[in-house]
Design a protein around this ligand. Structure first.
Ligand SMILES: Nc1ncnc2c1ncn2[C@@H]1O[C@H](COP(=O)(O)OP(=O)(O)O)[C@@H](O)[C@H]1O
Ligand SMILES: [Mg+2]
Length: 303
């Protein structure tokens, strides 16, 4: 029986062309595809999970690659699907990577260096003051944020107290803070598929900012991978369990070492514009993804 893969992929910034290439290469390997499986339009009954006329639980794999914010319903369904069929990324790792605190905590457990961090109870504000006194400068982060939004540097007690009311919405039961890393305002983004290196580029913070996110005005540049950085990224991807990972790494000038800043479970492909500037890992990444899907679903049908 022919294998069948369901896909839900972002369409902007060159995404639909990338998806087309993935589909073509899967088809060449005799793997059928259904696109556009936005779980917003799915429903589950005793008969199974259905989305736009496709039985998702009967697919050989569900490929979820949409950077847009997912609703709680989509995420719940993603988790449920993974009980029946492999998903890429696997739900558990996807969920882990959505939480910066849990990811950093796991990385440290395996000896992978990150910024020092602390999760503290917002009902004990003095704890936050102690951490501030210890770290000197803090970075406050929403544990599930993206694009640099809400990532705030705190380098004085005044700031700490003026910030507190704003960081205090009901849904926050805690503060998650990291030690501010003294770095040169640039990072490495290392892309990996199934633990294999596929590409590296750099991001540079905008003049006057310290965050490298493109959404915060940062820019992307060609950057040669350094073996030490690739190795660190590979370890982080492995520990997180992500089949597709983008690991952000900076050089801590004070302690003279590389640190993992973030592990992304939905690292974007290079945009057509970035490709024009020589960031050329897309085809390798597509190839690795297709190879991996073929491998995973192939071994399944042989059982
Ligand atoms: N502990 C830190 N010290 C210094 N800079 C940081 C630290 N954490 C994050 N940054 C900067 O802020 C940016 C955004 O933080 P990050 O944790 O990656 O959140 P997001 O998910 O919003 O991208 C990073 O790309 C990095 O440039
Ligand atoms: Mg980031």
């Amino acid at each position: 029986m022919e294998r069948m893969i369901g896909l839900w992929m972002y369409q902007n910034c060159g995404g639909s062309e990338i998806e087309q290439q993935i589909v073509n290469q899967l088809n060449e390997r005799g793997i059928g595809t259904v696109r556009g499986l936005d779980l917003r339009y799915s429903k589950a009954t005793a008969q199974g999970i259905e989305c736009k006329g496709t039985r998702i639980d009967e697919l050989d794999l569900f490929f979820s690659y949409n950077a847009g914010e997912q609703t709680a319903y989509q995420v719940y369904m993603y988790e449920y699907i993974n009980d029946f069929t492999p998903t890429m990324n696997n739900f558990r790792s996807f969920k882990l990577a959505e939480d910066k605190f849990k990811t950093n905590s796991l990385l440290n457990k395996y000896g992978i260096k990150t910024a020092d961090f602390c999760l503290c109870n917002k009902e004990n504000p003095e704890e936050l003051e102690q951490v501030f006194a210890e770290y000197g400068t803090l970075v406050f982060k929403p544990v599930d944020g993206w694009g640099g939004i809400g990532v705030t540097k705190i380098d004085s007690f005044d700031q700490l107290s003026s910030l507190k009311p704003h960081l205090d919405p009901e849904e926050y039961k805690y503060f998650y803070v990291e030690r501010y890393i003294d770095y040169d305002g640039s990072d490495f983004r290392v892309d990996l598929v199934n633990g294999d290196f596929v590409g590296c580029y750099g991001r540079k913070a905008r003049e006057g900012d310290w965050r490298t996110n493109v959404t915060s005005g940062g820019s992307v540049f060609l950057r040669e991978p350094i073996p030490e950085v690739v190795d660190l990224a590979r370890q982080a991807a492995l520990v997180s369990g992500l089949e597709i990972a983008g690991v952000d790494i900076v050089y801590d000038r004070q302690n003279e070492e590389y640190l993992v800043i973030e592990v992304n479970g939905l690292p974007a492909f290079a945009t057509p514009e970035q490709e024009q500037h020589g960031i050329d890992f897309n085809s390798r990444k597509i190839e690795k993804i297709v190879e991996y899907i073929d491998h995973v679903t192939g071994s399944k049908s042989c059982q």
